[in-house]
Design a protein around this ligand. Sequence first.
Ligand code: FAD
Ligand code: 2HG
Ligand code: ZN
Length: 482
Amino acid sequence: FGSAATTIKRNPSFATLNSDDISYFKGILGEKYVVQDELALELANSDWMHKYKGSSRLILLPRSTDEVSQILKYCNSRHLAVVPEGGNTGLVGGSVPVFDEVIIKMSSMSNIIAFDKVSGILVCEAGCILENLISFLDNQGFIMPLDLGAKGSCQIGGNVSTNAGGLHLVRYGSLHGNVLGLEAVLANGTVLDMLGTLRKDNTGYDLKHLFIGSEGSLGIVTKVSILTPPKLSAVNIAFLACNDYLSCQKLLLEAKSKLGEILSAFEFLDSEAMELVVNHLEGVRNPLSPSMHNFYVLIETTGSDESYDKEKLEAFLFRSMESGLISDGVLAQDSNQASSFWRIREGIPEALMRAGAVYKYDLSLPVENMYNLVEEMRVRLAQKAKVVGYGHLGDGNLHLNISAPQSDDMILAQIEPYVYEWTSKYRGSISAEHGLGLMKANEIFYSKSHETVQVMASIKKLLDPHGILNPYKVLPHSLSSC
Ligand code: FAD
Ligand code: 2HG
Ligand code: ZN
């Protein structure tokens, strides 16, 4: 039910894979790394939500930048379209082929190249799984500046290519700030070595930013250098309840001003989201008195002084309780309880998947207006679907999810373009952190001006003149196929 996939046509200028191509790839990569196995293809052709499905007949598994370069050089000369695939956890249909594009899977490039303890700078290959990087750094006394529910599968190259936000952006900022350098391969095989490890470097245009968040449409990211913060000893997590959305907002303001330097996450979910995780995920329960609260907020603090931090957080919670901003709450007593709080928040996408069909919207909106959209959608959809609101409140990012027993065009027509128009009216973003992929390529104008999109198309044309890199994604189809 990915609406775009049903309406677009395969670009006829792309070649079709033949046996000479396969032989060529086997020559450069070796037999084992040229995959035509049915099961592997089925998995790689389908996205995490099982919503988008391509019909690629080939997966390539490069093990070095040079191999990526040789693959792309060849595909470019043959006009063979490709799709770069990381952990395939993307939520907008960006990581899977639309038609028969060759899948370039980055999972065999998973080496950690260097880690400098003094600067905290990590250099690694794009196929490193985020959770492996988190574990590696943990042993060194450091953390990754990003964390997300998909950490067990997603890769740093995919994170960079989507400019993933995640659960700690409120503290450590976006990958545009934390990625210090990267190496990328252009469509014609040219390797761009921008793998700097400097905090400051104002020598001309900072081209690495073009690859952060461009979803594999401008080049394949092969290596990344990233600034990692030291691991601090005191991490505290509180799971709180608020009666209404206004209280959540006020609590955010209070948390920013009273917890300031130690605040490391501020996430929220509504009672519909809580109901879903409790009903669909094994072993998950509401730590507060069930069915009494309308909103839940998860606050995490990270600092270097256990007693000072705890005192600060407890004083904040006490004041918030006294002033009525929070109606109930619990502070995690150990790491198991802390993980169980995170499981509630991180488990929402999985619970939604189990509940049936889901329509996902990932919006940046002014915090004060954000939840009005959820309420309006409930009125619009009445009994036809469940409307769920949650997300990274600290970053002004709402995840509006609409859950229905099965996909239904009538429901979709009630949601789109209404949600996009609403977002545009508030000058919000129709993709806060997941990207545009296939799902929203044609909707880009809701968040970007025509002039801006034209410049994007010119950059695409310059770097990928035949349009072989992740076609049909990111840019509107009217511009990307010309
Ligand atoms: P993929 O899904 O494989 O690819 C994503 C895009 O990047 C595609 O367009 C692909 O072509 C491109 N790409 C991948 N690797 C490369 C490369 N090396 N070079 C060039 N292009 C490449 N996102 C958030 O921002 N915040 C969250 O909190 C968050 N939570 C999630 C929780 C769950 C349970 C799930 C399933 C997804 C979540 N996501 C979140 C969405 C997703 O964007 C991220 O999981 C992640 O950044 C995608 O990484 P990946 O390796 O799986 O990339
Ligand atoms: C999250 O924050 C992810 O949990 C996924 O970004 C959001 O599924 C979604 O809508
Ligand atoms: Zn998110």
